[in-house]
Design a protein. Structure first.
Length: 323
């Protein structure tokens, strides 16, 4: 990035955020902190009212605005892709808001770029199968109220069906963040349980944002995940995989706490050391490689895999008299 583009980008950052910090800007643009200070002085000399406070950061004087900077063709394409993903991976209301935002973006594009994005739109598809059938979408009208409650620090009352049994309960929670794994989740302090809990949006059957504000907590999604990682069992397992499944194993090993592996033996088998978060889930994964996997340790995992295999055999083995 040349200096002109970097200074323009700095101005965009100053308009987009209440406060920006020098070290964060230096890391973002891959330059020294001294370079950032020099660029900010250039903006000041050009008449931009930059306000700075030691230890806090930089901001623009209240009320100062410039017309929006034109989107590049690459930026517009990235946002177009995000719109396609939002249509499949969010609730209907959020998808509509994403589409409305893209319409505004198209309105400010230059005509050649607008035609480019329009032609490209028909060539980008996110198949409905991107969300597995067993993974329902969030209930309508849940994501936006939750995000608003997080931003305004408002208590949320949930009618929630927990677990596979779908046991109903009502919870007043203090939400701190949302994330998407195989499902959409919100992490919140549950006043019923008096601890942070993880709630799936598709299991919410009712949601009400209350007028009550809650005091900010130091916890964030990152601290929540760090605490969950600390709580997870840390039992080391050793497993051998056959050559026919090594490619698939290598694609997914990091999801199960892969640590190291030995060189293949004469027959092509590889011994791996892993620290899975849950032995049961890990055991079920191992069943995918029946005939090409050997559990070396611990004995608990060996017994668990054997029991899972017996249960699978009993399920699929239909007695002759039934046929």
């Amino acid at each position: 990035m040349n200096r002109f583009d970097r200074i323009t980008a700095l101005l965009v950052q100053l308009q987009a955020k209440r406060v920006v910090k020098g070290p964060e800007l230096a890391a973002r643009y891959g330059v020294s902190l001294r370079t950032i200070y020099r660029d900010l002085r250039t903006l000041e000399e050009a008449g931009v009212p930059v306000c700075g406070e030691a230890g806090v950061g930089y901001s623009l004087a209240e009320g100062y605005r410039l017309p929006p900077v034109m989107f590049t063709r690459e930026e517009a394409t990235a946002l177009l892709t995000a719109e396609k993903l939002a249509a499949q991976l969010t609730d209907a209301h959020t998808a509509q808001l994403s589409q409305a935002a893209m319409d505004k973006l198209r309105a400010v594009l230059r005509r050649p770029d607008r035609d480019y994005v329009e032609a490209l739109s028909a060539r980008i598809r996110v198949l409905g199968g991107a969300r597995r059938p067993a993974e329902p979408a969030p209930a309508a009208g849940t994501q936006q109220p939750l995000l608003d409650a997080i931003a305004r620090q408002r208590v949320v009352r949930l009618d929630y069906r927990a677990g596979h049994q779908g046991t109903p309960s009502r919870r007043d929670v203090e939400p701190i963040g949302v994330y998407f794994g195989q499902h959409w989740h919100v992490v919140a302090f549950c006043r019923l349980r008096q601890e942070f809990r993880d709630f799936r949006l598709d299991r919410m059957v009712g949601l009400q944002v209350l007028d009550e504000a809650f005091e900010p907590r130091p916890d964030t999604l990152q601290t929540y995940w760090a605490e969950q990682a600390r709580r997870r069992q840390t039992q080391v397992v050793r497993v051998r995989f056959g050559p026919q499944v090594l490619g698939q194993v290598h694609e997914n090993r990091h999801y199960f706490g892969w640590k190291q592996e030995q060189a293949p033996d004469a027959a092509g088998w590889v011994e791996m050391t892993l620290v899975p978060g849950c032995l049961e889930h890990f055991g079920r994964w191992l069943l995918l490689f029946a005939g090409q996997v050997q559990v070396l340790a611990p004995a608990e995992l060996q017994a668990q895999v054997q029991e899972l295999a017996r249960a699978a055999h009993a399920f699929f083995c239909v007695p002759a008299e039934v046929c």
